[in-house]
Design a protein around this ligand. Structure first.
Ligand code: NDP
Length: 332
């Protein structure tokens, strides 16, 4: 068993607010794993937009003080007993739960899984939450079939690049949006055959032109407030409006009568609702890893920041300056 110190580096917040509430500490207590948990020494930690929602207060913190962060890769250094799904000390794993912005996390074994032998753990950490989000969205929120016309907003973002690659793999006709030419080029490379720069072009007109006035059978919208109306306009009759995030702010309340014009479906799914059981988590994670390896998907890492520079990572993500995955290195 690896020796485990008493104290660790980590980032806590005591109240919601701007990035100034993120406090980097070097003397946080190392957690003790309880039954059904494994203590993981994190090598790389994923940053996700949801971390900014909890930091800003858009989503209320479950308790304070709070260690943010929902995914990481690393090695198991201790198990807490009980059912740990065969996981053992020394296993290289990725996990998805809470309390990731730290050197060590007591993660639930049910949401921890071994990284395939021939996969770099950093790739696993960069892929997990956003990759699973994209995979479950196109399987469950709206099952996308070959030839379907789909619209993906923020197509060069972390989740957006996953959506492009996975949708391409299933043979969908992808229309993507992004705010700069660099992002347009990246998403095109990832599989979006038709890209629109939504900071200057008329998205609805282009979508209608491409789809011969039919619109898209599914719209994947993680941008939220600023794109919701546009997304509804771009939807086909009997289409699925999949609103899965709030990067630009929360979508205001709406009346369900709005759906009747197109017999539309509206969903507000979360990844955690699709991987609630161990069986679902394993099934989708294994499928994602298989996609990465067989289809040689590009797991784009925007940048790895020292954990002590987590505020810059949040500012870059919220400032639309990133493409692909942001990671934190807790050793720095
Ligand atoms: P991204 O890497 O996609 O970053 C967000 C992108 O949104 C930006 O790069 C930007 O791209 C676009 N954007 C548009 N307007 C704004 C704005 N006002 N402020 C900031 N960004 C804006 O982040 P993630 O991949 O981590 O997350 C994408 C979305 O998916 C988020 O809403 C997130 O909450 C959601 N999500 C939901 C999950 C779920 O379970 N429901 C799970 C994972 C993610 P551009 O410059 O091209 O417009």
């Amino acid at each position: 068993m690896a020796s485990v110190p008493d104290k660790m580096k980590g980032v806590i917040m005591e109240k919601a607010g701007g990035t100034e509430v993120l406090q980097y500490k070097t003397d946080l207590p190392v957690p003790t794993p309880k039954e059904g948990q494994v203590l993981v020494k994190n090598d790389f930690i994923g940053v996700n937009f949801i971390d900014t929602y909890f930091r800003s207060g858009l989503y209320p913190a479950p308790s304070l003080p709070l260690i943010l962060g929902r995914e990481a890769c690393g090695s198991i250094v201790k198990t807490g007993g009980g059912d740990t799904y065969g996981l053992q000390d020394g296993d290289k794993v990725v996990w998805m739960a809470e309390g990731a912005y730290a050197e060590y996390t007591a993660a639930p074994a049910a949401k921890t899984i071994k990284v395939p032998k021939d996969m770099d753990a950093k790739i696993g950490a960069a892929a997990l939450l956003q990759g699973l989000t994209a995979l479950t969205l196109i399987r469950e929120a709206h099952h996308v079939n070959k030839g379907d016309w789909v619209l993906v907003h923020a197509a060069a973002g972390g989740t957006g690049l996953w959506l492009c690659q996975l949708l391409k793999a299933v043979g969908a006709n992808i229309i993507g949006t992004a705010s700069t030419q660099e992002k347009v080029d990246l998403a095109t490379k990832a599989g979006a055959a038709h890209m629109i720069n939504y900071s200057k072009d008329d998205v609805k007109a282009k979508v209608m032109e491409l789809t011969k006035d039919q619109g898209c059978i599914a719209v994947f919208d993680g941008v939220g407030k600023s794109t919701f109306d546009l997304s509804m306009d771009c939807l086909a009759r009997k289409g699925s409006m999949i609103s899965f995030g709030n990067a630009s702010g929360a979508v205001p309340p709406l009346t369900i009568a709005r759906l009747s014009a197109k017999n539309a479906r509206l969903m507000r799914p979360t990844l955690f609702g699709y991987i609630a059981t161990r069986e679902e988590f394993e099934k989708y994670t294994n499928e994602l890893f298989e996609f990465i390896q067989k289809d040689k998907l590009d797991v784009r890492i925007h940048k790895t920041y020292p954990l002590s520079e987590v505020a810059t990572a949040h500012e870059d993500l919220e400032g639309r300056r990133t493409t692909g995955k942001l990671l934190l290195d807790p050793s720095k």
